[in-house]
Design a protein around this ligand. Structure first.
Ligand code: GLA
Length: 371
């Protein structure tokens, strides 16, 4: 394994453990996680492999095969961390006194900037390795929560639990139906091939700069709306029509999205369980329209990808992840894959946009030990 070789070359010994954790796409349930609602992500075949050994001192040495240098970065204090190193150091910081320093080599193959949660994959791979090395006895959900805290409190991105939970808990061939309030989860079989279907990831190759600020703003709008409605979280809105009457402007739109989106997750899970996998496209389309018009987190590139995919014969399509660029997913009959790809590529070419990247998504396995 090349990450082990890089570890050995840089640190002079073998790593004590090697863990791999994947990125994710979200089938449905967008911007519902921090509203205590439901989500349905699945792990993608790409992820981060972390080769790790503990150190007796406070020093952290980090190496990434994707970094700009093959020399390890040595940090005397955690506050020195910048860039990608913050995700790993954040995990160590959240473990507090339980863990001192570490030597860490990372090898990642999550397409960068595609919105497939490479940061969650990095956090969960490192957290899983440290959990084993220090005998911490953390469950996969506790590892996800710790990784989320690293991102919230150390990196400063106020994300929900979805990405880290998907990376830690997903099972091969399944999506993860997660209740973001109780943190109860269930693996739902997602055998696309049995239905002659595929999920195509369309990476717009665009990432809008303001994404982080807009994400925090949406969260704040949801929290403000929940306060006005006298509920703990938008998950608790049971009378949507009544709630909408009491709100105005953006907050009204945000509530409309969050409440209907969480119901769409439950509806989609019901359809999968009933074997109606070929019929879930309408829910994907409805999710996209709601994200575009009510939650306002789409982008022209995502909208064009979704519309062109459906025009090219996809059974449904939607943006996936936080929005403002990143990727869309399309549910496509196997024999329509070429037609969908051509339709999207042509729509981008017409606008002289950078061609999108197409990736096939098969539900992969969550975090696991490699050696
Ligand atoms: C990002 C966040 C997640 C989630 C999605 C939107 O991926 O990291 O927690 O909120 O956006 O569904």
């Amino acid at each position: 394994m090349r990450v082990v070789e890089a570890f050995r070359a840089a640190f002079g010994t073998d790593p004590e453990t090697v863990w791999r954790a994947p990125g994710r796409v979200n089938l449905i349930g967008e911007h519902t996680d921090y509203n205590d609602g439901f989500v349905l992500p699945f792990a993608v075949p790409w992820g981060v492999t972390a080769a790790v050994s503990p150190r007796p001192d406070q020093t952290i040495r980090l190496l990434s095969l994707q970094g700009s240098t093959t020399e390890p970065i040595t940090l005397a204090t955690r506050e020195e961390a910048t860039g990608w190193t913050r995700y790993a150091v954040g995990v160590l910081a959240m473990l507090g006194d339980r863990v001192r320093g570490a030597d860490i080599a990372l090898d990642g193959d999550v397409p960068q900037g595609a919105g497939l949660s490479s940061s969650a994959a990095l956090e969960v791979s490192v957290a899983s390795a440290l959990n084993e090395l220090h005998d911490l006895g953390l469950t996969p959900m506790e590892i996800a929560l710790l990784s989320q805290r690293a991102e919230n409190d150390f990196v400063g991105m106020p994300c929900g639990i979805m990405d880290q939970a998907a990376s830690a808990l997903c099972e091969e061939g399944h999506a993860l139906f997660l209740d973001c309030r109780t943190l109860g989860s269930r693996s739902i079989p997602l055998d696309l091939a049995a239905h002659d279907l595929r999920i195509l990831i369309i990476d717009t190759q665009v990432h809008h700069e303001h994404a982080g600020g807009e994400y925090a703003k949406r969260r704040a709008e949801c929290e403000s709306a929940a306060r006005k409605l006298g509920v703990d979280a938008l998950r608790d809105v049971t009378d949507l029509a009544g709630a909408l009457e009491r709100l105005q402007g953006d907050e009204r739109k945000r509530v409309m999205h969050v409440v209907t989106e969480s119901h769409r997750v439950e509806a989609l899970v019901g359809m999968l369980r009933a074997g109606a996998t070929r019929e879930i496209g309408a829910l994907l389309n409805a999710s996209h329209l709601s994200l575009r018009d009510q939650y306002e987190v789409s982008s022209p590139e995502l909208d064009v990808a979704v519309e062109a995919a459906v025009r090219g014969g996809a059974r449904g399509a939607r943006m996936t992840g936080g929005g403002f660029g990143g990727s869309a997913i399309a549910l496509v009959d196997e024999d329509r894959l070429d037609s969908v790809r051509e339709s999207v590529a042509a729509a981008y070419a017409e606008r002289s946009w950078t061609p999108p990247r197409f990736l096939p998504a098969t539900p992969a396995k969550g975090a696991h030990r490699l050696s």
